[in-house]
Design a protein around this ligand. Structure first.
Ligand code: 6GU
Length: 276
């Protein structure tokens, strides 16, 4: 997968060179490029923002540097070449055509977008080319967002109901969630299947040695060697924890069997809990 990120703080994204994502880049599983938006400005001060038409607080990111940066990503031309040219992108130049079918996906991190989740991460992990446009200030001139929809599959995306200063951290969150789903990025793919959110339930608690620590014992069933009973205990735990902490997730599950239902009924009536 190819991932491009555009930001006025490219150093922010340096963290992506670490750990599993960095290794995936080294192994060629991920082709990650971070672009400095200021490389696509002409003036002495490398201006990327200006005051909003109609008034209001804060500054707005100017359209042209964004268009040049995105054209650079589409066409593979250097910022220097882009600056010297008439700024049009031919829709079907061999160079500009993204790998795979369809347009590259342009993710514009914004608290005004739909909320990113594991389903979206899975969907995006199948894409050939993702581009992240990290805005700062009050946001980006709407015209370049509208313009970009001709060349990209445009996806505004929030990471939750709170406000960040810019799209960098949000992009890193999404890049990490997406790239760990690409085959080969995670050493043990089995660890993907039993995670929180993977099947809509939160995780069961985990323990390691010693069996007794500061007067706290590992739940006995985990020492029993009875794998069927352990699997059932873990599932019951996940159902209860999800009912307790994230009832909104539970409401979306449609593949609960009779035993699952009985565990939840018992829990909701306050009768009994596997967690005690
Ligand atoms: Cl994606 N961007 C910003 N600036 N703030 C956010 C966000 C994104 N998601 C939640 N808050």
């Amino acid at each position: 997968m190819k991932i491009d990120v555009v930001s006025i703080f490219p150093e922010y994204l340096a963290g992506l060179q670490l750990s599993l994502i960095g290794k995936a880049v080294d192994q060629g599983l991920l082709d990650l490029s971070v672009h400095d938006l200021r490389d696509f400005t002409f003036d002495r001060h490398n201006t990327v923002d200006d005051s909003p038409y109609g008034g209001g607080a804060g500054m707005v990111m100017k359209a042209e540097p964004w268009a040049l940066a995105l054209e650079h990503i589409l066409g593979g031309k250097s910022p220097e070449t882009v600056r010297g040219e008439e700024h049009t992108v031919s829709g079907n130049s061999a160079e500009g055509e993204p790998a795979g079918n369809g347009k590259p996906i342009l993710i514009v991190p914004s608290p005004a977008g739909p909320v990113f989740n594991q389903r979206i991460a899975e969907e995006l992990s199948n894409a050939d080319h993702l581009v992240f446009a990290c805005g700062r200030y009050e946001g980006i001139d709407q015209r370049v967002i509208d313009w970009s929809a001709q060349h990209f599959d445009l996806r505004p995306m929030s990471i939750g109901d709170y406000v960040l200063n810019g799209g960098e951290v949000a992009s890193m969150v999404m890049i990490e969630a997406v790239s760990r789903l690409i085959p080969g990025v995670i050493g043990n793919p089995e660890s993907l299947t039993e995670e929180s959110h993977e099947d809509g339930l939160l995780e069961y608690p985990i323990y390691t040695k010693p069996a007794s620590w500061r007067d706290r014992d590992v739940p006995e069933i985990l020492l029993s060697g009875n794998h069927g009973a352990i699997a059932r205990w873990r599932r019951d735990w996940r159902l209860e924890r999800t009912a307790e902490i994230r009832p909104d997730l539970l409401a979306e599950l449609h593949d609960l069997d009779k035993h699952d239902r009985s565990v939840l009924d018992r829990f909701e009536s306050g009768d009994e809990s596997v967690k005690e």
